[in-house]
Design a protein around this ligand. Sequence first.
Ligand SMILES: [Zn+2]
Length: 235
Amino acid sequence: MNEQLKLLVELQEIDSSILSIADKIESLPGQLEQYKAPFKEASNALQKVKAQFDALTKNKKNKELEAEELQEKINKLKSKGKDIKTNKEYEAYLKEIEGFEKEKFKIEDEVLVMMEALEAHTKNSQKEEIKVKNLEEELKHQEKMLEDEKAKFHAEMEMFKTKRKEFVAKIESDVYEQYMNLLKRSGGVAVVQTKNEICFGCNTNIPPQQYNDIKKNENIFNCYYCKRFLYYKEQ
Ligand SMILES: [Zn+2]
């Protein structure tokens, strides 16, 4: 095979590897999304449970204060009992106490219901916390794995880049310039094989006479249509 053509074929293999590694590096952050989403979702759920817990606690405290205030009123009334003169006044007085007590019992029942709800919320929040913690650990683990993978890809790429320099040094400068222009213009593929009189770059037919010449791999040919370098691979 023509020495320059052989170098071009090998340079293309190196550049294809570099491009493929660059693609892989670029796709890495996207792979984290599937771990980020459930973590975020669980974190939001936990925040919601905590907010409900706080609101309920505040509510319960207010109710307890109300019950205390009622108790104070009852105590005050009870201390005045001995000053009452008539039966009628006394009846009204007892009714008033009874009314406050009824109100107080009602509030105390509400507080009990709230306490049960708080207990359920605590269990729920503990469950959510464990879930968030597990998902966070999984996310961190995946982040670490992706970082390692990224470092591995970068090392691989450096190796190819070093190898690339060795090949570029041996390629004639005008051939290399043409190669680079083609690489940029033709989606990273500047050198393609031919088979059955067809260019693998653009799938068009190659005239039979030229195809016969290409098959010898003795000279550098370009596709008439896509201008890519052509070579023939022995089957
Ligand atoms: Zn072509």
